[in-house]
Design a protein around this ligand. Sequence first.
Ligand code: SAH
Length: 386
Amino acid sequence: MAGAVSRYGVDRETLAELLAGHPAYRVGQVWDGLHRRLLDPLAVTDLPLALRHRLHEQLPAALAPAGEAVTDGGATVKWLWRLHDGAQVETVLMHYGERTTVCVSSQAGCAMACGFCATGQAGFERNLAVGEIVEQVVRAARRARPHRLTNVVFMGMGEPLANYDRVWPALRRLHDDLGLSARHLTVSTIGVVPGIRRLAAEELPVNLAVSLHAANDADRDRLVPLNRRYPLERLMAACAHYVETTHRRLSFEWALIDAVNDRPGDAVELASLARPLRAHVNLIPLNPTPGYATPGTPADGVRAFCRRLRSLGVNATVRHNRGKGIDAACGQLRASLSGAGADAAHPARTVNLSPTRMASTRTSPAPTTPPGHTTERTSSPCTTAP
Ligand code: SAH
């Protein structure tokens, strides 16, 4: 697991212990410096210098930059981070209109094994610690300035509800200490039913997104292996319970795959699940990944599917596909999980990629193998190209 305590993994009590012998108000100063002001301990200048240095050492950062890519004219930034044990994860920051959203990873790799997702193709490495999750948000919030970070979505690498015991405390930290409201926090799940039920029992009602992709068990068993364990009937019951308990809007994610889940009948089935729950459907044309040959639905097919859903009474939007060129689009996040780049001998590498240079990066054996996922929850009318 996450080894030593990191600066955003430490709780207030542990911090107070670290500050034993100092005036009590120091705890608040440090806590505030880290969470409200997003500062490195060295930069909390209202602390004595020696204390700043000691905290900087005793509370190390959990994330070391291993690569960075910028695209969409600077509106999308993707980081590859190296963790203390060499594991790598990614974070994506997106500016869109009034909204500044960070997409965070909850695990290094993923055990859910969805064949169309790059992270699923690579397999599971380990759960992230609370500090590793929270620090992704802090780094993004710093980078977002002068904009304020408005939204956090757990749509990066991993299945957040398979790492509930770290994801939930991280969400609390984002809410309680970073000041993000519950309606701006979204957990996306492939359908871990017990996790949805646990989430429904929490006092903080965050948004729930369910990655559906198919609306009958035969198709969903094929696309999403976890469906065999938690079939649609159980999943929909858990979703209904979530909506009733939290009064939050539920959304269904649907990656449109050519001739697989974009047929008129698929829209009808999907509508029959979405309507009773008043679920909002987010359509994402499938992004290409190395291990899945079937292409995404072409743009006109995406629009047609969206229109069909709307005509069936479903609130549906096509999601902007941000960061595609840097493999920061949905399901493309896949850090190189071993080998080059995972050891301390490789210095951090920062790449500012212009669109024309991206292709070469994609094929290079550099530490930053393309992972990436960017899902910006923006609506566009069915008539707009994704
Ligand atoms: N495990 C969680 C969160 C990570 S995936 C979940 O499945 O919800 C974030 C979103 O990207 C999900 O909706 C996922 O199904 C979708 N996705 C995965 N691979 C994709 C791909 N190749 N193209 C488009 N979307 C994809």
